[in-house]
Design a binder for this molecule. Structure first.
Ligand SMILES: *[C@@H]1O[C@H](CO)[C@@H](O)[C@H](O)[C@H]1NC(C)=O
Ligand SMILES: *[C@@H]1O[C@H](CO)[C@@H](O)[C@H](O)[C@H]1NC(C)=O
Ligand SMILES: *[C@@H]1O[C@H](CO)[C@@H](O)[C@H](O)[C@H]1NC(C)=O
Ligand SMILES: *[C@@H]1O[C@H](CO)[C@@H](O)[C@H](O)[C@H]1NC(C)=O
Ligand SMILES: *[C@@H]1O[C@H](CO)[C@@H](O)[C@H](O)[C@H]1NC(C)=O
Length: 433
């Protein structure tokens, strides 16, 4: 029955949508001065099936385990860095939010162009709308040459680009409570109330943070979403000073020798030894026989005597600990950790976002788009089963960038194909009902 679907119909729809989303996208920016960096998260939707390590490399060499930890995905499982994550999966990527040219942005991402890449494809597809082609062009001092749109001109293979990515910190607080900010690319079909609800915040809060005049955002806009977080109080001398962990997630620190989690019961940072690194310094609380994270309780007539060994930061290669003792009215139960899950193998249409449709290029607006290369009927071969779906894999036609400090990424699924796949899928779903 899928074959009865007319490509022309889908194409007409595609053009209509592309034209509707042509408006300039808005991004929330935070002015800054000085050179201090802070912690932020980038909301990234995978444009292809990718290994954890590939996503990590794409974003300036984030540690794969840290990437998993920030998404409460099992970072300690054997081979976790090589797990394949499905196209369409939404991830929070930890980012060092620097102060550059007077505004907060993440500037540690370097991308090596692959054959056939254009600035528009790098921005809209590879970085899923987090960067714009114009911003990448400016950041790399690439002038416009010739009459053609420079954003659609093929880049030289191997050409290295700085990719500035939007982030804000706003003092890592929201309404005077610790918060970490997620840069979220608004997707087709999103509404501000729905985005607010899915991050357990209010429309008012999102409007205040983003200085919006009304509760309306357009696809491709980048909103800063405050996420409640557990803050640390490590001294400035600690290399992990300012560590902040979003509620429901984990972070790795002290050379992957310590893992800290936040929530779900309270927003007190809770750290324990991590077993990811071969050789780690001692995690024993000084002058005691207890280890980092140990909590002992003694019920007394005056209340519960609670002793705990907390984490005080990574200072000069030493895991500093703090032994706290105090009386509490009631003895606490065993510590509740945020649930760690296995990375999903497929993305459920209901629970994840479709690939972004921000800032379509002129080729799409003009209605010129190549069909899927292999059979010419790539999209209708999408399988639809029980609510989950898989996009057709496109055979790797591009080489990888040179190895080194720059990132590699899986082959590009061209944006028209990506959009087409999404729409065919939605249409199929519609026709099945
Ligand atoms: C951050 O804190 C500094 C001083 O602590 C203050 O001057 C500044 O206005 C604050 N910025 C925001 C966005 O809250
Ligand atoms: C933290 O997350 C848990 C669920 O994971 C939720 O029940 C709790 O309300 C959240 N806390 C805050 C302050 O948002
Ligand atoms: C102390 O912490 C270590 C490391 O997390 C753990 O293996 C051990 O079971 C804990 N002991 C007690 C008594 O809680
Ligand atoms: C609580 O326990 C610690 C050792 O576990 C002990 O040193 C301290 O004196 C106790 N405090 C009270 C008030 O009982
Ligand atoms: C760290 O080590 C250096 C020398 O190795 C020393 O000068 C400095 O005071 C130490 N810092 C702390 C906080 O211990």
């Amino acid at each position: 029955m899928e074959d009865s679907l007319s490509g022309g119909f889908a194409a007409a729809l595609l053009v209509a949508i592309a034209v509707a989303t042509v408006a300039e996208a808005k991004t929330t920016i935070e002015p800054c001065s000085g050179s201090d960096a802070c912690q932020a998260l980038l909301g990234y939707t995978l444009y292809a099936d990718m290994k954890v390590s590939e996503v990590a490399a794409l974003f300036g060499g984030v540690d794969p385990a840290a990437l998993l930890a920030a998404n409460a995905l099992d970072f300690g499982a054997p081979g976790a860095a090589h797990r394949i994550l499905p196209m369409g999966l939404f991830l929070r990527v930890p980012a060092r939010c620097a102060c550059s040219d007077g505004v907060r942005k993440s500037v540690s991402t370097r991308y090596a162009a692959r054959p056939g890449d254009t600035l528009a494809a790098v921005a809209d597809v590879v970085f899923a709308g987090l960067a714009s082609a114009d911003q990448i062009r400016d950041a790399n001092g690439l002038g416009a040459s010739g009459d053609a749109d420079p954003n659609d001109a093929p880049l030289d293979a191997g050409q290295k680009l700085v990719v500035p990515l939007p982030c804000v910190c706003f003092n890592n607080s929201d309404s005077n409570l610790p918060a970490v900010y997620l840069s979220y690319v608004v997707q087709v079909g999103d509404t501000v109330p729905a985005v607010a609800a899915s991050y357990e915040t209010t429309v008012t809060d999102i409007m205040n943070v983003n200085a919006m005049g009304g509760p309306v955002a357009a696809p491709g806009d980048i909103l800063a979403i405050p996420l409640p977080a557990c803050a640390s109080t490590f001294p400035k001398s600690a290399s992990d000073h300012g560590l902040l962990v979003a509620n429901g997630t984990y972070a790795l620190t002290a050379g992957n020798c310590v893992q800290c989690s936040c929530g779900p019961g309270n927003l007190d940072l809770y750290c324990t030894p991590a077993s990811l690194s071969g050789s780690c310094p001692s995690t024993q609380c000084s002058n005691s026989n207890v280890l980092l994270g140990n909590v002992s309780t003694h019920a007394t007539s005056a209340g519960c005597n609670v002793s705990s060994c907390g984490y005080g930061g990574f200072i000069n290669g030493t895991i500093t600990t703090l032994l706290n003792t105090g009386l509490q009215p009631k003895c606490p139960g065993p510590h509740q950790f945020p649930v760690l899950t296995d990375p999903p193998r497929t993305v459920n249409h209901d629970s994840a976002f479709l690939p972004p449709l921000s800032a379509p290029g002129p080729a799409e607006a003009g209605g010129v788009f190549p069909g899927p290369s292999s059979s010419g009927k790539g999209a209708p071969s999408s399988s639809v089963q029980g609510g989950s779906f898989k996009f057709p894999r496109v055979p790797p036609t591009h080489g990888h960038g040179p190895p080194g400090s720059v990132s590699e990424a899986p082959p590009l699924l061209s944006k028209p194909q990506q959009i087409l796949s999404s729409f065919i899928f939605c249409l199929l779903l519609h026709f099945h009902m």
